[in-house]
Every structure is written in C-alpha cells, then in structure tokens.
Design a protein around this ligand. Sequence first.
Ligand code: GCW
Length: 872
Amino acid sequence: MHVHVKGFDSCAQRWYQGRRSGCFDARGKLLRRLLQVTFLAILLFAGAPQRLRAETGEDAWLRYAPLDQADVAKYQSLPASVTVLGDSAVLSTAQDELIRGVKGMLGNTLRAENGAPSESAFVLGTLAEIHAASPALALSGDLHGDGFLLTTGRVHGFACTIIAGADERGVLYGVFAFLSKIAQNENVAALDELQQPAVPLRWVNEWDNLNGSIEHGFGGRSIFFDNGAVPADLTRVGEYARLLASVGINGCAVNNVNADPGALHDDFLPQLARIADVFRRWGIQLAVSVDVSSPKVVGGLETFDPLNPKVAEFWRAKTDQIYSLIPDFGGFVVKADSEGRPGPSAYGRTPADAANVIARALKPHGGVLFYRAFVYDHHLDWTNVKNDRARAAYDIFHPLDGQFDDNVIVQIKNGPIDFQVREPVSPLFGGLKKTNQAIELQIVQEYTGQERHLCFLVPMWKQVLDFDIHADGAGAPTPVKVLVSGKTFNRPTGGFVGVSNVGLDPTWDGYVLAMANLYGFGRLAWNPNLSASAIADEWTRLTFGNDPLVVRTITAMQLASWHAYESYTGPLGLGTLTNILGPHYGPAPDSAENNGWGQWLRADHDGIGMDRTVATGTGFIGQYSPAVQKLYESLADCPDNLLLFFHHVPYTYVLHSGKTVIQHVYDSHYDGADAAATFVSQWKSLDGHVDDDRYAAVLSRLQYQAGHAIVWRDAINNWFLVKSAIPDARGRVGHNPNRIEAESMQLDGYVPFDITPPEAASGAKAVRCPAPTEKCVAKFRFSGAAGWYELDVEYFDQSNGASKFRVSVNDQTVDRWIADDHLPALKPNADSSTRRRIPGLALRPGDEIQIEGIPDGLERAPLDYVEILPRK
Ligand code: GCW
C-alpha cells in the first residue's frame, strides 16, 4: 500500500512571498486529502497480508521484517530455545541476535539458555565446545579461520539446530547466515552447510577526521569522532559494528589514513578504547591509522627515521600502551610519502623500513600493519611523456618484495591510479610473492557518483578479483582474489580492505541503494566467488523484502548501474572525467591535464589516451607478466574498454566494435544518460511495493541522477567536439532544438556570464543576478504547438546559498522551489548544475514562460536553460 501525500513542498515554500494564506489553504486541502487517504487505507489494509512500515534505511539489510503468514508456517518446526555453550561477549551477542531475528521475522521469542540443551534447541558454540558437550556428534572437523557450520543433529539426546563456529566469531557469522536464510524465505529444515572465509583479514577503513568531518564521506558527520573527541553516545558505532559483523568484517580502522597524529596522544587512547569496547562483542578489532612522523610529533623526538633506535622504542612503548588498554587491538594502517604525507623518504629509507619498525612493535601482541601502496609523486613533470603515475606502486614496492616482516600487509588499491570508474588491475598484485598483500576497494563512491548516482560496484570488483594476472609464470592461474588470500605463494596472511566512510545519516552513507556496495564488499571479502547478481539479489531481498517485482527490478537496476555511469562519465578506460582538482564529482576533463597529479588524458586536436606501451610509451605495460602484456601492448588485442588507458590513438581510430573512438564517446554518453532515465521509470514501477519513505527518497535521487547524467553527457561530448572538431555523425552534440538558453531570454535583472570550464553550461553561458538583489527575471514566449509538455529548468545549486525559484506561465505560478540540495560546489559549474522537472504543463503558442530567481548568500540564482519536451 503506498500513499502519496502531495502539497507539503509547495506549502513549506510559500512563506517567502508572504503567501501564508496560500499555505493555509494548501494545509486545509492537505488535511482533507489525508482524511480521504486514511479512510481508503483502512479499507485496503483490512485483510492485506503485510503492511509496509515506514523505514529510514538505518536497519539496512538487517531489518528482520515480519514474514508473510504463509511463509512463517514454513519455520514452525524450529526449536523454541537457544542455548550457548561457552561464555563470552561474542557468543552472547550471537544468542541475542538469533532471538532478535527470529522474533522480528517469525514473531516468536526464543527461550535463552546456557550450557547443554535440555530440550530441542538451537545450539550455539565453537566446534571445540560442541565436541566437548557432545563427543558422539560427528561434525565436520575441517573448520578454520572464522568459518562456521550450520547443521542439525542430536545433542544430549535432543534434536537440535547447530550453529558451530571455528571460533566465536564464526558462531556469530553462522547466526547471521541462518537469519539471512529466513529473511530470504529459504528452507532451513535440513541444513548442512559449511562456510569458510576466503581471506583472514576483512577490514574496513573509515576516513574520519578527529574533528568529526569525513574525507569523502557522503553520509553526514562521523559516528566515531566529534570535535576532537570520541562522543559519549556510541549507539551508532554499535549498530555499525553489527552491520559489519553480519557480512563477516573483522577489523575497522576508524580514523582517516591522512592521519592526525593526535590519535596517538596519551589522553586519546582511552577514548579509542571505548570504541574497541563497543566493537568487541561483534568480533571486530579496532585499528588506527597512524602518521609515521608520530615519534617526532607525538613522542617529542627530533627524528622519525625508522632505523633510529629511539624511533623503534617510541613505537614499542606506544603500542604496548595501546594493548594495555585494548588487548584485542587489530593494528595500524599507514599512508606515507603520499599526497604530502610524511614518509621514510625524508631519511632516505624505504617503505619496508618504515613498515617493519612499527610491525615489530605489534608483533608480540599479534597485531598487523597495513602499509598502503598508494605512494606516488604528485609533482610529476607532465611535459615528459615517459612519466607515468600508474607506474609508481610497482616501481616502489616490487623491488622491496621479501623485505617486509610477516605481520606487514601491503594494501594495494584495485587499480594503478585511484578508484576510477574503470582501471586495469594493479600490476603490483603480481609483483609481490614474498610479501603479504591486501586489495583496497573503495566502497564509498568518491569517483563514482558520491552516493547521488546509482553505481553498484560489485560487478567492477568482480572483474578485478577474477582477473588472472599470471603471477606464477607458466604455473596455475593466479586470479587476484587468490593472490590476496596469501594462498598462491603460501603467505601467512592477506585480505580485503574497503574504504567505507559511513556517517550519522540514517542511511549510513547517504543513499539507501548505495548500501549494496557495503554489503557486497563484505560478501566478496567472505566469498569472492559469489556472482554480482547473486549479491544484488540477496541484498535486495534483505533490504526491501521478497516481492518478486521488487527483487527483479532493483537487482536489474543495480546490475546495469556501473555500465551506465561509466558510459556517461569516462568510457574506453579514460577514467572518470571529473574535476580531479575539486570535489571529484561533476565533469571537468581539462583538470586532469598539465599538472603534476599524473591523471593525464594526453588529449589534443588529433587524438587522446596515454601511451603506456613498452614499445613507444611509458613502459607501464611491462610491469605485467608476459601473458598480460600481450593482452594490452598491441592495439589489435587491447580491449576497447581500456584502450585509452593504454594507448594514444586518433579520434578516428576504429574500435573492435567497428565505431570510431569519437563516435563511441558520443554514443556512449547518450546511451548512458538514457539508461539513467530508465532507472527512474523502473523505480516508479515499484510504487506501492516499497515503503513510502524509502520510495520517495530513492525516487528523488534517481531523478536527480537522470538530470545530472545529461550534464555529464553534454559536458563531455562538447569537450570532445571542441577538441576534435569532428561532429557527431548522428547530429546530436551541440544541437538541442528544444532548449531555450537563459542568456537568449528576455532578462530583467539577470545578466549573462561565461561559465568555466565552458562545457559546464549549455552554450558555455548562464545568467545570474549581478549582486544581492530582490529578484531577477528571465522570460520567453513558447513557440511550439499547443499540447502537454514537460518543462526542465536547468539551474545551479551551490552550497553557499539557497536561492529561490518560481516558474510561471502567463502569470500563473506553476512551480517554485528552493535550491538547497547541498551539492559539492561553491560556484556555478557542472558540480552544481541540476534540474527541476515540471512534469505536466499545457502550453499554447505565445504563452509567456517566466523564471524568477531570488538570490541568497553567494548563490545568485544562476540559471542555465529551459528545455521543453512533449510530455511522456
Ligand atoms: O583519491 C585520493 C582521495 C584522497 C585520499 C587518497 C588516499 C585519504 O581523493 O582523499 O586520501 O586518495 O587514498 O589516500
């Protein structure tokens, strides 16, 4: 049952022209409508199988929503009690969780017991405890790591459902897996299932600053820190730990890798210990990012040279101090010699020197050190065509292979640049054979739409994980997913690290649909052999229920989303063509060129792409094994989707697909923007099948995305048109017959101005109020045929003001709104460009359409264009 209540918006926004009475009228109407709707709802709800509760997204995939009566029946033979063998915080969490889940979904409260069962029961315990309690029970002994076993058997003579773990965490994971089956309506009667995690270390990193902000966090402020301290209320931390544990995450580094040395101050450590206390019962180890200059900055030494004995002593004493407060502390994460961070190069030392001195302090306690391979020079000389940032990680770390202690893990981003929409696999995965390695994936969508665009990253991660990098020469296949487990070269450890960056927002990351990425990360870290579609399907069922239409539709949208995003941002391996010097959000391809950051496109009038070949380019391809080199070195073999990452070609170069590069760019941008528009209609088909709140929140994000995909499409295509001077064979680029540019309207108060970069606005110009003023007006006469139309107003919504807009037709107000979407921009550009759609307007030739803007703060009610299309 889904009920729309319209009217709130217009009511809330009426105040600004003293139109209180209008608001009051609207409220009266609203009240009447609410009454009607309630009456209708009562009628319809009578006998309805299931109510759709209002949801915020806070429960994510752990909703434990009541099952339909028919489905509840399926689980009637489950035991009525749950007993725990053993006594620990994690085990009692497991017991509580089982009770909570069963109660939520089936409506029954299980009896909580301890010790050997005295009736048919759920029996929870480690394998060792279960063996001890019931030696006759033959359970599969091959359980290790954090693995678990779900089975049935007789314990003390009673028929029991057994959830056994290799360790206590395994028991908790087993409980979550069992509950997930019920939530997905699966049969649990004759269970016999053993699951083992693929890798031992399954961590997330949070880029939270101690002041409470988050570097590239899109879900509000930090749950861990506020104003330099760990807050008193850690409720959300506990809830987050629960979410993480439910997908098998066992470690979390809570502070930004751009680490504030203050995290190691004596008076801060007890605060961190409070977070660890919350994590502990969920089996999550706290970890901390550290700045390698801490011996100097925190310890007061005159040096942080890793080979100086005093520096070693600092790390030993500091680490001992941490373990005295946090006995199960996980370890440290280090970013050094990267993007301005201090590092061992200051003393002519290597990353291995810097890593080992800290790792040796952790070793006696069983802690680990993740040393990030994201080390590169961001002052590269761009005039030297042999320079290549992509080479950096391999050039620096490969020669050190074998020099890292065995509790050091080199943490490698999936690609050689930086979490772009598509990159080849980092060659470093194949370049370390005597060193532990972990893959770093970015769950938060920094370069992939910042939780405003739908972009399900699991399909991308799957391609990376399944990629055979041929690290073993002629030996067996060595896909990345196996390399990072440590199994290929018999390393003691390895893992997955996901950059998560959740915040206080009820949705955690800012967007209900984006939580599929956090879920998917955990599931892949546990089992990288799961398919993207299986993960999307699971996540959808757990997040929205088992309605087949919902499952089918959302799964399809998720699976299509990465390709769509890639198509309208940066196809052919160019990377996300975003503003790399700004918020990494909207289009601004020139920002990549002619600076030291090394994300060059090498675009000129004739062609585009980085030549990374061994034969004529930077030699980056030579960092791969011969089999992979063969895949990329020749134009004949190189796949289209990475062509411009590896090769510089003319715009007229013909792809394997038969299209020229330039026409592919044009077409893919139109196709991608069209795909984004279909997400809106797909989602609309779920009206009434998804609870109102999440339905509305997602719809508004998807509508925004559809508009911003057009901003991307037009900006990138215009940029290519200007560079190449080759027109779109299909005549679309630069021709928008239904568009009326603001600068061509009749302006009263508004003045035209040039947008930078020019491709960020239609026609490179927009209009704005010149200074703080009461209002500005832009108007024009409609010249089309009479009929129903939809009218799009493209304007700029900066975060430094909340301008008001009003649209009228022949003096009749047809829409008004306030521009306060908090987009990541202080200027009118492609980051702030956004769309207001007025869906159904009856227009006749000669109608006067007027847009009125009232500036606010530094936002001067900027306006780009109006587009009028026949109503669909
Ligand atoms: O891409 C860059 C991000 C930085 C980040 C860095 C890294 C934490 O823009 O914000 O710093 O990657 O991964 O270290």
